[in-house]
Write a protein that binds this ligand. Structure first.
Ligand code: IMP
Ligand code: MG
Length: 334
């Protein structure tokens, strides 16, 4: 029997939208993964991948598929059949191989009833993406849901074999996790890296955990930690425009705030991040103002280098498992 050699994990250390798709692409190009897998959520996610000068977007399918790697939607994911078929069609139209995508027979299916309930009861109150995520997971836990094996054609189902080198691509973010987020302003799945084990990966097989964040924070949806008044802050809204901070899935304007380093370090510690990638470095450099919260105090820096060395110093002080920190631009193709 072929066994799993190791699994690398890409997980977001904040509220989503930190460039996991980009990091995944870079890792897939560098390493010869046998599988790229998603372990949580559904088409509430939005992944952007830049390839050969073109921008591709997916919601449900792991972005490894753009590099010809088998792409698995895991048992703890929730699947909207129409959204899945649409994305498979999108792959085909753009010259990618849709047959690489397989869905766990154990994944739960999102139905029209779930979507209606989400729109009616939750969308406004909690700022959900209206994709039926919470009602679908509620049915799963109540043991009254529909499984992929009952509703999807056989050829789309995964044979549940996983071996060799595996990359697990997270969705959403640490502070959207059902247990670690600011409940109830969360999503309904496990976004922390340990959730990747639900794919059938023994925990000791996890090699690296790439934690992603941005050099400033953003929040898509409702959250008292990101009061709406921030939208009226001239400096922060200018930064949001410069960074094109609009949701890939909903098109909503994201609420922007300065990096909360305390929260990021907490997320890195609990996630067990071994590597940290800060994205949108180019945007903040262009903006030319450098601020962050540390120990609940807003601190300002005159220069980019001063800002990044401060961050690196705090990471070293709070080291844990982290052995690599990188600041990366948003627009470059990788
Ligand atoms: P739901 O997952 O649609 O139920 O939404 C719950 C919360 O998570 C809302 O605040 C959403 O805006 C947020 N959310 C869900 N998926 C993503 C994502 O991929 N990026 C950023 N925020 C997300
Ligand atoms: Mg995203």
């Amino acid at each position: 029997m072929k066994t799993i050699e190791y699994a690398d994990v890409v997980a977001d250390l904040s509220w989503g939208d930190t460039g996991k798709g980009k990091i995944t692409s870079a890792l897939v190009k560098k390493n010869s993964y046998d599988f790229v897998c998603r372990w949580a959520g559904g088409n509430n996610a939005g992944h952007t991948v830049f390839l050969n000068g073109k921008r591709y977007k997916t919601h449900l399918i792991p972005s490894g598929v753009f590099h010809g790697v088998r792409s698995i939607i895991g048992p703890a994911c929730v699947v909207n059949r129409d959204a899945l078929l649409k994305e498979l069609e999108y792959l085909k139209e753009n010259g990618f191989d849709p047959s690489l995508v397989k869905v766990s027979p154990r994944a739960h299916m999102v139905t029209a009833i779930h979507i209606n309930e989400d729109k009616k009861k939750l969308a406004k109150k909690l700022g959900t993406t209206s994709k039926g995520i919470a009602p679908c997971y509620a049915d799963k836990m109540a043991r009254s849901g529909w499984l992929a094996k009952d509703l999807l054609p056989k050829e789309l189902l995964w044979d549940e074999k996983l071996y060799g080198k595996v990359l697990c691509e997270g969705a959403q973010g640490f502070y959207l996790d059902i247990d670690y987020g600011n409940y109830p302003y969360v999503t309904s799945s496990t976004t922390l890296p340990y959730g990747a084990c639900s794919l059938g990966i023994p925990p000791q097989k996890i090699r690296k955990i790439y934690g992603t964040c941005k050099v400033y924070d953003t929040r898509s949806g409702v959250d008292p930690l990101f009061p709406k008044t921030l939208l009226d802050d001239p400096e922060l809204s200018e930064l949001g425009e410069l960074g094109k901070e609009y949701g890939v899935t909903t098109g909503r304007r994201r609420i922007v705030n300065w990096l909360n380093l305390d929260m990021m370090l907490n997320a890195a510690k609990i996630s067990g991040a071994t590597d940290i990638v800060f994205n949108k470095a180019d945007i903040l450099k262009k903006f030319g103002k450098y601020k962050l919260y540390y120990q609940d105090e807003l601190r300002e820096f005159a220069e980019w280098d001063e800002f990044t060395s401060y961050i690196s110093d705090q990471i070293v002080d709070n080291r844990g498992l982290i052995n690599n920190v990188r600041f990366s631009g948003h627009a470059e193709e990788i």
